[in-house]
Design a protein around this ligand. Structure first.
Ligand code: CMP
Length: 143
């Protein structure tokens, strides 16, 4: 990650992609209460990631890079217990994962693998923090 990055990333998108992301964000628990400006910045900063069944997207214990929302497909979440990977959850379209390591600066708390072909939208750690911090600041200014 670039320590000097001071602005959220901006990746060009078609109108269709932009609307698809905004649709997903408006239904997502983490984003549905964000102000419209911040939601727009999240959409602009997201980039497309594709995975095939069995691919590992996040590995438990590693450093966090990106946060993800699912556009197409399903993932399985595994947690290691006594040396064995136990499946704790599956997630589908519109659901998001990978926020914990970014929010709390901890190692990844679980392994996330593609259960099907996947189309994801990713948000890098710095953009994630910048946008959420800006939101908190602007909300504080309202009071
Ligand atoms: P993070 O720790 O960054 O990376 C792994 C992700 O898996 C984590 O963020 C959550 O989004 C998700 N996750 C972790 N534990 C669970 C769980 N018990 N059930 C569902 N999802 C989880």
């Amino acid at each position: 990650p670039n320590a000097k990055q001071a602005e959220p990333s901006k990746y060009p998108k078609s109108k269709q992609e932009a609307n698809r992301i905004l649709d997903i964000l408006s239904e997502n628990l983490m984003f549905k209460h964000l102000d419209p400006g911040s939601t727009e910045r999240v959409m602009e900063a997201m980039f497309n990631v594709r995975k095939e069944p069995g691919d590992c997207i996040i590995k438990e214990g590693e450093e966090g890079d990106n946060f993800y929302v699912i556009d197409e497909g399903t993932i399985d979440v595994y947690i290691k217990k006594e040396g064995k990977e136990i499946k704790v959850k599956s997630m589908g379209v519109g659901e998001s994962f990978g926020e914990l390591a970014l929010m709390y600066s901890t190692p990844r708390t679980a392994t996330c693998k593609a259960a099907t072909s996947l189309r994801l939208w990713a948000l890098d750690r710095i953009s994630f923090k910048l946008i959420l911090m800006q939101t908190t600041t602007s909300r504080r200014k309202q009071y």
